[in-house]
Structure formats: C-alpha cells, structure tokens
Design a protein. Sequence first.
Length: 281
Amino acid sequence: MTGRSVLVVTVTYDSTEAVRQFLASIPDAGESIGEVIVAENASSEALQTKAVAGAAGARFLPLSSNVGYGSGVAAAIDAASKPYDYILVSNPDVVLGRGSVDVLVAAAEERLDGGSFGPKILTSEGDVYPSARRLPSLGTGVAHALFGRVWPTNPWSMKYRAERESDQRRNAGWLSGACLLIRPSAYRDIGGFDLSYFMYFEDVDLGDRLGRAGWSNVYIPEAVITHSGAHSASRNVKRMERAHHDSAYRYLSRKYSGWYNAPVRLALRLGLWGRLWWISR
C-alpha cells in the first residue's frame, strides 16, 4: 500500500443491525483505514448502535437531533482526531468488499485531479447498481422521474444512469453517496456537503460542485461493495419519498435559478408534487 490513511464515517438512524455488518466488513477492506466514526442521528436505537460501534472499535458520535445525512457526515468529519489523507463516506447498510478501500486509495494516488472516487455498487441480489451517473438536466431529469419506474429502459433514464458503462474506469457527473472516497482538499475547496439537503441529492450536488471547481468524480469498478438498502429509509417510505422530491426540486430549481426560468421552476414544482401524490397515494 501507499501508506496513506483513511477516515471512515457513516451516519445511522435506527440502523443497528445494518451498521453491525458494515463495521464487520471494515478490517478486510483496506490496510489504509484508520479512524472509524459512527454519527448517530438521535434515533430510538441510539444505545444499541453505541454498543455495536464500541464493540467494533469505532468512535460513536451522538447527535442531539436528526440533522440528516450530509450534516451527520460533516459532524463526523469535524470530530476526527487528526487529519487524514482521504475520507470514506458510507451508508451504514453497506458491506465493503475485500480490499475495496485500498483499491480506491490507489486510484486516488494515480488520479490527482480526482476529488471523489466511487466503487462498483452491487445490490443484495448481486446486480450492478448504476452509481456513477451523468448530472441530471431538465430533460433527462424530468423524463427519468416520470418514466424511470414504469419504463426502466426508457432512453432518458438509460442515458442519465449510464448503465452500459459499469465495467470501465471513467469520469462521472456524480457518484452515489452510498459509498464514496473523498480527497479532503477537494472537500474543503467546495465547503463540503450542502447542509440544506436533509437527505437525497446531497451527493448529486457534491459531484456537481466538485466538477465546477475543476475536480473529477472518478468511477473505479475494481473496488466492489454491496449495498443492501436495509436501513431506516426502507421502513419510512412515504417520508423518504417526500424528502427525495423536496431535494430534487431544491437541486433543479437552483440549477435553473434565473428569473426567466420561473415558469420552469413552477412546472418542476407541480410535476414533482404530482409524481409524489401518484406514488404515495
């Protein structure tokens, strides 16, 4: 290995069993891993999660309220005991593949222009999740939102998700925040995660701002992790759908922020409200 050090941070909310598996996967994921911090968003399972984190040798960081994903990540990074060469941000319902973190670090040492590096993400069924996507435009974003569930192979979703490009190293518009290696200098350069996003789209926004600041978002398929989707979001579907739609509007409305785009923003708001009603009815 390169001798580089990695800070690992995750954010939990009623995620005790999921984070147990995540923490168990860390020792085999890389020799570069140093400190591990579990930020807990004041859920009903806080005491159980504290016990699991302690047993795994991780630091437990209790937060006073549910501040959301990006804010939880930021709090964990700020609580690190020393500077690290890289930061691995991960959901708690992830199992890191053997050597996956070291592979990401080695890639980051080669690509000094890279601000973030994402692994290949497998579902619990073993399918490849399209985690390295293009930035959503008005056309592809709206079409994907409208047709992505009822017609998964529609051309707009296929273009946005870049599903046919899952086996090669490449630059992406943004990388899934489910598991992401970040260069600290790039993180500081853009001010970290935008804390106005409670959940969802904070990773889209991060990749967008990294790209505009001159950094690359690099997909590294040789690093493999599994994302089960087993944490609290899957148990609070309607609330998470609302959070997803609110964040989608926040991102797209900022992208089309000029006064002359007021009709576009209104159409986005109405369309997203309609979609939320349809899938939550």
